[in-house]
Design a protein around this ligand. Structure first.
Ligand code: AHR
Length: 286
C-alpha cells in the first residue's frame, strides 16, 4: 500500500509515475492512494491498507508530526513501514523500518551557497516556503539559513508558505511585490520550482524582469525550471530527484523478505544553473 501526498507539483507527478511504473514493471500489486494534500486522508488510507492486509506500507508523509497513533496500529498489525521522500518525527523509531529520500537540509545549503556566489554575498531575499510543517520545508529553510549565518550581507526580509504549488507561489509573490518595501528585494529563494514558476509570472506582471531584477534560485530540477533558465527567467535549480521508484522497490522487496536494510537511503542529486540549462534540458526526464 502506498499513500501519496497529492499532486501539488511537477515533482510529485514524476514521483507518482516512477512509483507506479516500477511496481508494474516488477509485477507488484500496488494499492495506491492519493491523499489530495490532506493528512487525514493519508491516515485513512493507511488504516485501509491494514484492513486489506498488505505486505508493506510505504508513504510520503505530508507533514512531520501526528503519525504516532496510526503507526502504532500498523506496528500492532505486524506490517513494516517504509517512509519515502518526507520524514516523520516520532518518539519510537521502531515505528518504521527505513526512510528513502533526499537530504533536504543539503538542498537548502546548496541553494544558499549558489546564491552567495552569484551575488557576492549581498542579497535582500524573499523566501517562498513549502507546505508548513513538512520536512522538506523545515529542512530546506534550515540548510539555507546555515549559509546566511556565514554571509551577513544576505538576509531574508519576507518569508511565507506557498504550499509547494504554482498558484501559491504566484499569490504570495504578488503580495510580497505589493508591500511598500518591495523595491529592496534582489533575490528569491523558492523551496520548489513550481512556486518559483508561479512567482516568475507575478514578477513579470509587476513589470519586473525575473532572473535579472530579482535573482531566483529554487529546488527540484523539473523541466519547466530548465525552460525558464533557458529563457533567462530563473537562475538556478537544485536537483531533488523524484524518480525513486526503482530504489524504493529494491528496499520494499528486501523489507518484505525480512532482510536487514539501512535506516536511511539517500538519493544522488546535483545543482544546475543558467549556464548549464540549455545543454541539460534535453536530458531532463521530468
Ligand atoms: O517532498 C518533496 C517536495 O514536495 C518537492 O520538492 C516539491 O516539489 C513537492 O511538492
Amino acid at each position: 500500500g502506498f499513500s501519496q501526498v497529492g499532486a501539488e507539483s511537477g515533482w510529485r507527478t514524476a514521483n507518482t509515475d516512477s512509483i507506479k511504473g516500477e511496481a508494474a514493471k516488477r509485477g507488484i500489486e500496488l494499492k495506491f492512494a492519493d491523499a489530495q494534500q490532506q493528512q487525514e486522508n493519508q491516515i485513512k488510507a493507511i488504516r485501509a491498507f491494514i484492513a486489506q492486509g498488505v505486505d508493506v506500507i510505504a508513504f510520503s508523509p505530508k507533514v512531520e508530526t501526528g503519525w504516532e497513533p496510526v503507526l502504532k496500529e500498523v506496528k500492532a498489525a505486524g506490517i513494516p513501514v517504509v517512509l519515502t521522500d518526507r520524514a516523520v518525527t516520532v518518539s519510537d523509531p521502531s515505528l518504521y523500518v527505513t526512510f528513502i529520500g533526499s537530504d533536504c537540509v543539503e538542498e537548502g545549503r546548496r541553494a544558499g551557497a549558489w546564491l552567495a556566489k552569484k551575488t557576492g554575498g549581498k542579497a535582500v531575499i524573499a523566501e517562498l516556503v513549502g507546505t508548513s510543517g513538512s520536512s522538506p520545508a523545515i529542512d530546506r529553510k534550515k540548510g539555507f539559513a546555515e549559509v546566511l549565518a556565514k554571509n551577513p550581507g544576505m538576509k531574508i526580509v519576507k518569508s511565507q508558505s506557498g504550499d509547494f504549488t504554482r498558484a501559491g507561489g504566484k499569490q504570495v509573490m504578488e503580495a510580497f511585490l505589493k508591500s511598500p518595501d518591495a523595491k529592496q528585494l534582489t533575490a528569491l529563494f523558492a523551496h520548489n520550482d513550481d512556486m518559483a514558476l508561479g512567482a516568475i509570472q507575478a514578477i513579470e506582471e509587476a513589470g519586473l524582469k525575473p532572473g535579472k531584477d530579482i535573482v531566483i534560485v529554487s529546488i527540484d530540477g523539473v523541466k519547466g525550471a530548465f525552460e525558464a533558465m533557458v529563457a533567462g527567467k530563473l537562475n538556478c535549480t537544485v536537483e531533488c530527484n523524484p524518480q525513486i521508484g526503482p530504489q524504493l522497490f529494491d528496499l520494499i522487496e528486501k523489507v518484505a523478505a525480512g532482510q536487514k536494510v539501512p535506516e536511511r537511503v539517500a538519493v544522488e542529486e546535483g545543482v544546475f544553473d543558467e549556464t548549464q540549462a540549455k545543454a541539460e534540458l534535453p536530458n531532463r526526464k521530468y
